[in-house]
Design a protein around this ligand. Sequence first.
Ligand SMILES: C[S@@+](CC[C@H](N)C(=O)[O-])C[C@H]1O[C@@H](n2cnc3c(N)ncnc32)[C@H](O)[C@@H]1O
Length: 244
Amino acid sequence: MSGFAPVGVRCYGARAMPAPATADYVARWGYRTLDARRYERRRYGGRMRRLNLRLLEWALARALSGVAPDGLVLDVPCGTGILARFLAARGFRVIGTDLSPAMLAVAHERPEALGHVRADLEMPPYPPGTFDAVVCTRFLMHLPAESRPRVLRTLAELARGPLVGTVCHPYTLKTFGRGVRRLLGRQAKRSPRLTRSALAAEVAAAGLRLERVIPVMPILSEVWVVVLRVPSGAQLAAPRGGVQ
Ligand SMILES: C[S@@+](CC[C@H](N)C(=O)[O-])C[C@H]1O[C@@H](n2cnc3c(N)ncnc32)[C@H](O)[C@@H]1O
């Protein structure tokens, strides 16, 4: 794979996107023309959010500990490329991929990635086993549940090693607080969350192995970093669709 994207080659932009998209959800469209710098400030700016990012990186480092230091890592969807510096600092060679030209324009300014490719992660332009690992943060919970196993499998097949993703779980003070508000008859936001058994069922439906679940910060953070893998020697069966 070293010939895949030589240092300095930036390859996104000019190519036409293949159609059609196989699943539809808000995140597919919502990031195309937004102010990506503002997105990054809101998501990662400020002391607490920076701390969250450090904690996430720490969990990702544990998840990627078995990957060779010079391994080729796909960051997808890379968004503004916020993880590129962290990944490159660990020695990984990073390719970023995203659908949004606005996000990629910011990612492109970061020198740490080898390059960026504009592509739909449901139809990735890479052969199976191209990467040593695939990293997928802040995306899976945007997908309709019925699409997740298929997308998990698509991403996992791109890696010779692990697929490392983030999902949101309900075992936090925040979710508990929301439950209490509802019990008291007050309004509380409902966000998609995966229980441990729902996660296991989705991973099984994708025909993958769930190797590790790493909480970013137990009780306080709703984010789990999960390590998934195509079972060795296994011929993957077609994913059985979603888990309700
Ligand atoms: C919440 S952002 C997360 C970005 C980044 N991983 C992060 O942690 O900041 C979701 C990203 O998913 C991208 N996206 C949504 N659907 C996609 C698809 N089908 N293929 C590739 N990227 C997609 C959006 O363009 C957006 O950049």
